[in-house]
Write a new protein. Structure first.
Ligand SMILES: [Zn+2]
Length: 240
């Protein structure tokens, strides 16, 4: 639904910041609906009342900006008591990003914990350990098929924890910066070499990655690693 990450990409909407959308049979899950997600879903004609769950990896604005309107939409304005919201505890507690008045709308709100498996209508996913990031953040693995590496600095085990046939990697930084808890392109390369997925997809670009041309970066990685690496674009759809 969108490939923008970090504040400048999001503020200028250089790319959409609407996160990911998963469909498996009748089950629909929205992941990290950032600012403008409700618009992106409407443009792609997704009926949000059919959502089964909304998953927030962490409380940063580019991941959770539209969580409230998405919860309202999923619950048909709060009239249909349905759907599940998954989020870290700090999205609900101090300085919450999920408004209190609509917390009774979903059927359930589940506080994510590290290395725990959850299920939504037969779709199962497992959280990673807590990521190295400014706020409580988790990555996800949907069985053996899909690994979703959300915002984090590189850490030992990040490749193993998200190892799957297809791996999505949030690459904010072109060059590594020890002062910023984000993955750079070198980190992505290391992860891909370690985990050896069938397909790796770069997404959630910061401005430096965007300016360096994600497609060119992906082509270069593919050539050097020998694993297929693709750069996501807004509206990209893949079969997993
Ligand atoms: Zn973040």
């Amino acid at each position: 639904m969108g490939t923008a990450g970090a504040r400048f990409m999001v503020a200028r909407q250089v790319a959409a910041s609407a996160g990911l959308f998963i469909e498996e049979g009748d089950t629909c899950i929205s992941l990290d609906p950032g600012p403008g997600a409700v618009v992106a879903y409407a443009q792609r004609k997704v009926d949000l009342t059919t959502l089964d769950a909304i998953v927030i990896s962490h409380r940063h604005l580019d991941h959770a900006g539209d969580v409230n309107v998405m919860v309202e939409a999923m619950t048909d304005g709060g009239f249909a008591h349905r759907g599940i919201l998954f989020c870290p505890s700090d999205a609900l507690d101090d300085d919450p990003v999920v408004l209190k008045y609509l917390r009774r709308f979903p059927r359930e709100i589940i506080r994510l914990a590290a290395e725990t498996t959850y299920s939504v209508n037969g779709v199962t996913f497992t959280t990673s350990c807590r990521h190295v990031h400014q706020v409580e953040t988790y990555g996800f693995r949907f069985g053996e098929r899909l690994g979703w590496i959300t915002d984090s600095a590189y850490y030992e085990g990040i490749a193993e924890q998200h190892k799957a046939e297809v791996m999505l990697i949030h690459t904010i930084l072109l060059h590594c910066r020890p002062d910023l808890p984000h993955l750079c392109i070198d980190d992505a390369e290391r992860i891909i070499r370690e985990a050896q997925p069938r397909l790796a997809i770069l997404t959630h670009y910061g401005m430096t990655v965007w300016r360096a041309n994600p497609q060119a970066i992906a082509a270069d990685l593919t050539q050097r690693i020998g694993t297929e690496v693709r750069a996501a674009y807004d509206g990209m759809s893949i079969d997993v």
